[in-house]
Design a binder for this molecule. Structure first.
Ligand SMILES: NC(=O)c1ccc[n+]([C@@H]2O[C@H](COP(=O)([O-])OP(=O)(O)OC[C@H]3O[C@@H](n4cnc5c(N)ncnc54)[C@H](OP(=O)(O)O)[C@@H]3O)[C@@H](O)[C@H]2O)c1
Length: 174
């Protein structure tokens, strides 16, 4: 799983992200490039049309409605993305495309909740901002360990626009 959150786990507001942090977009690209990305329909719709599908990654969009609606589903498939009827079908499509060695679940909140049982890695960008939101990252329980923090577990980078952020890696035994 990979996401960016505020300290109180906000990841989204009104179908978008309540911050602009190019350094995090670069981090996301560096981590996910070359691997399948599985996302919910609302996350797919949050990307501007010119940016989807995300290039050089098999894009898998989990959606009951797109799966059931031929025209809407075909419009998404026409971009090169794969439509999956549920989360399990999304993972299956990812394994068909690239093998299951590394599949990224890229959100949103509903997909992270479903991925918690199978995921063993969470790349979390913590952004030091106080925002309200309507989508939240899942809580990682005691099985998860912080295995890497950049620059450090309580340190911050400062973005060109003055936003403080930290990259954390959390892992859980399979
Ligand atoms: N900060 C970050 O790193 C980050 C990352 C990703 C997203 N976000 C934000 O998160 C928000 C979107 O998250 P969200 O939780 O509202 O939506 P979401 O998880 O992106 O999408 C939800 C939709 O996915 C489909 N879906 C989910 N589980 C399914 C299942 N088991 N079977 C079939 N379809 C399923 C459904 O689509 P249908 O209704 O079509 O059936 C559902 O309405 C946005 O604000 C976005 O910007 C933030």
């Amino acid at each position: 799983m990979i996401w960016a959150q505020s300290p109180d786990r906000v990841i989204g507001l009104d179908g978008g992200m309540p911050w602009h942090l190019p350094e995090d977009l670069k981090h996301f690209k560096d981590r996910t490039l070359g691997h399948p990305v599985v996302m919910g329909r609302r996350t797919w719709e949050s990307f501007p049309e010119r940016f989807r599908p995300l290039p050089d990654r098999t894009n898998i969009v989990v959606s009951r409605t797109l799966d059931a609606d031929d025209a809407a589903g075909d419009a998404v498939r026409a971009t090169g993305a794969v439509v999956a009827a549920d989360f399990g079908a999304g993972l299956h499509a990812a394994s068909e495309a690239d093998g299951l060695d590394l599949v990224w679940v890229i959100g949103g909140a509903t997909l992270y909740e479903q991925a918690l049982d199978v995921a063993t890695l969470a790349e979390v960008t913590v952004i030091d901002t106080d925002v309200s939101g309507d989508a939240h990252a899942p809580a990682l329980d005691a099985r998860w360990r912080l295995t890497q923090a950049d620059p450090s577990p309580d340190g911050w980078h400062t973005s060109a626009e003055g936003l403080r952020y930290r990259f954390e890696r959390w892992e859980r035994p399979a």
